[in-house]
Structure formats: C-alpha cells, structure tokens
Write a protein that binds this ligand. Sequence first.
Ligand SMILES: [Mg+2]
Length: 230
Amino acid sequence: MDGRVRQHLVIDGDDTLWENNIYFEDAAEAFIDFLDHSSLTRDQVRATLDEIERLNLGVNGYGSAAFGRNLQATYERLAERQIRTEDLEHLLELARRVVSQPMELRPAVEETLQQLSPRHDLTLFTKGEQDEQTLKVERSGLAGYFNRVVVTPEKDVEAYRELVIKHGFDPDATWMVGNSPKSDINPPLAAGLGAVYIPHPRTWSLEVVEVIESERLLVLDGFAQLLDHF
Ligand SMILES: [Mg+2]
C-alpha cells in the first residue's frame, strides 16, 4: 500500500481507542465474590456467565444493561440462597458502574490520531447501544479527529458492506482497525476490505476467534505503529 494515498481508516472504539473490557472483568470478579459459591471455582462461575452471555447475545445485545441482565440470569442459576430483590438490584448496580468508570485512552492513541487525521478519512465504528457508545465517544474527547462516528448494533459482514456502500468507500482503500478478531478483523476481510489487528491482552473472550489468513491483514503491536503504514 502507498501511504501517501488517502485511505479510509475505520477504527474500533472499545479496547482499541480506550479501555473497556477491564471494567467488565472487574465487575465479573465482584459478581463472583458476591455469589460466593461453596463448590464451584471462580473459573467455573466465569464459564457459566460466559455461556449465558453467549446465549443471550441475540436478545440482550451488547453493553452494560445487557451485562446486568446476564449477571442476574447467572445468579438465578447458581445462587445457593434465596434470591432477594435487593440482590438482583445490586447486580444491576455492578453493571451500571462499568459505564461510570473514568475514560482511559489506550497508549499513543491521541498523538497517533492527530497525525492520521489530516492524511486520511477516519471513521469511528463502534458496536453497542447507541446512547452508551455515543457517551463514550463524547467523553473520550476524540470525536474531532474523525470525519464521522457510526454506532452499530453488530459488526458482521453485512454491516461492513453497508458501511462502504453508504459512504462510497473504495474497498481497496478501506481498512478496519481493531482488537477483536470476531468483530474487527474477519468480517471486513470477508467483505473485501483490509484489516489491521491490534491485539489487546484483555479482550472479551466472546470476541476471540481465529484470525483468517489474508494478504490484506496487518498485525501491529500498538496503535502508534499505524503511522508506519498509513
Ligand atoms: Mg474493540
């Protein structure tokens, strides 16, 4: 690729631009403490929560409200004591706390966007609930570097096809940048776009799948390395 040619860079938000999953992980740990199961290990409780999240994705979607409902469902399945209304309310509060965490940008994000922004067309493409993701974008202070912000309920092949058609992007000059193989890498490659994979060590387990092989896949150690390629 010729870095001097203006490209369409489509960039993920959660765990690419800012920390996100660590707050869900912390809430899951607090949930396991609260459940205080007599025989299941922490990993076994966590596996049950993962399974319930997987089953409910189509119904509950993504975000803190969905997470709260999944914590409740896991509690109802595993609790060894009578389930009280105030306990279920406490679980919703654990989930709500996830969105009130301070916004912490990933390393080198802002200075890298500063340099990319005049050279390329930038789209922030984030998956989740409209209001919750819009609030994160506002709190990040990064919106000004982007030509547009798009919140999508799902990042599948169809979502990428729609994105490039709607905005008239040339697929050969379009790259998705993100941390999730399931959402940011495999679907855009399947849709004929390029993909830039920047792994995050604490990516949500439901987002980790095998990355498909492609000539249009770049794997980088960190966000600043985008400047070596674009
Ligand atoms: Mg992400």
